[in-house]
Design a protein around this ligand. Sequence first.
Ligand SMILES: Nc1ncnc2c1ncn2[C@@H]1O[C@H](COP(=O)(O)OP(=O)(O)OP(=O)(O)O)[C@@H](O)[C@H]1O
Ligand SMILES: CC(=O)N[C@H]1[C@@H]2OC[C@@H](O2)[C@@H](O)[C@@H]1O[C@H](C)C(=O)O
Length: 401
Amino acid sequence: MHQHILALYNSAKKQQKLIIGLMSGTSLDGLDVALCKMSGNGMNTQIELLAFETVDYDDDYKQKIKTVFAKRDCDLELVTLLNPWIGVLHGKIVNQCLAKWQLGAKDIDVIASHGQTIYHCPKSQHQHADFKHGTLQIGDSDHLAVTTGITTIGDFRQKHIAAGGEGAPLAVYGDYLFFTSPAENRILLNMGGIANLTYLPKSADPEAVFSSDIGPGNTIMDAYIQRFFTPLHYDRDSLVANQGSINQRLLDALCENTFFALGFPKTTGPEVFNLQYLATAQAASETTHLSHFDVMATLNRFSAQVIANAINQCSVNLSNVQVYASGGGIHNPLLMKHILALCPQLDEIKNTQALGINPDAKEAVLFAILANECLAGEKQRFGNQTQGIPNITMGKISFAD
Ligand SMILES: Nc1ncnc2c1ncn2[C@@H]1O[C@H](COP(=O)(O)OP(=O)(O)OP(=O)(O)O)[C@@H](O)[C@H]1O
Ligand SMILES: CC(=O)N[C@H]1[C@@H]2OC[C@@H](O2)[C@@H](O)[C@@H]1O[C@H](C)C(=O)O
């Protein structure tokens, strides 16, 4: 037996494993690195988040990725070069974190690497008869494995598409295994660049679980700030949006899109929700004259409205629903205030810290759970195939040598 197969076999049998989850999301802000102590699998999954870092990307990284990110036309040579470059860069970041945590490569069972999404196009978006859903993450796992000396599990989304899903959201798998509770119906809401949610019934009935992208979280607000408030990258503490007023005509135009009429599950990305999307809505509503502050106030409300609509749609006819939020959007006070105001049935929106997981680390932790399932999982029912949740394990394995 090959030494790495044996090592994986031994890891899979271990009572406790150390898995590093890596997430680099659509906001391009940095790499989230979550050191997870994991035991069990399936519904018995236990996680202790031992350490967490977001290692900010420098401007050079952001510029390089933005050249190809969510672009239909781009330089294929650059994509080819970025794929290993990001893998190596992520590997070096892991090495820095390990040094800081005083751990060595041998202490870690596996790395779970999401990679960097550069394009996502479900069929509802590309509408090409010859093709099914498509998604592309770069930051090759072989390069991560060689750079760190740690077996790396990556490229999680392709299996999901191969088995009938859209390649996202994958959060539902980890959410179901770790956050399901007989005490209450739960909505796990993540607000990164794109917002998504998972509904977890207290019955734990896989048939009733569902998950979907919702629409923009921070992505259009971030793009607007980066364009008009250089050198800011986002509207920290809603300082800009707070200075403007919501323009109802622009808000209505922003809400006019076929994506919102689609039922759950559905997925999207900055390929759709971007500055061009805003420009089209401004032209349609004759609001091109608005101040930057009013545009930001309206964009903030737009995100809140689509998020609140999704929560309300999920929780109709249900009592005892608690929402647990995560992702960078929880730090945007105006966004949180609007969402709560638009969901009158909710007394509060908690965050996943109340369930023991740092809300900024949640997505990275979720990929660690997917890797744990790839390694130690058994046949598990997660959800209903027609709800875009095929019963599969995900991830491709890269050895270090
Ligand atoms: N203090 C803050 N005030 C306002 N917004 C904030 C604050 N902190 C973070 N954010 C927002 O959160 C974003 C980052 O969120 P997060 O890291 O969850 O995104 P992501 O993981 O890249 O996205 P996705 O989940 O779509 O892949 C920032 O770009 C910013 O818009
Ligand atoms: C293709 C892609 O990278 N999608 C991301 C993105 O960011 C949020 C939302 O859109 C979600 O669908 C997904 O990430 C999370 C981790 C998921 O798959 O659950």
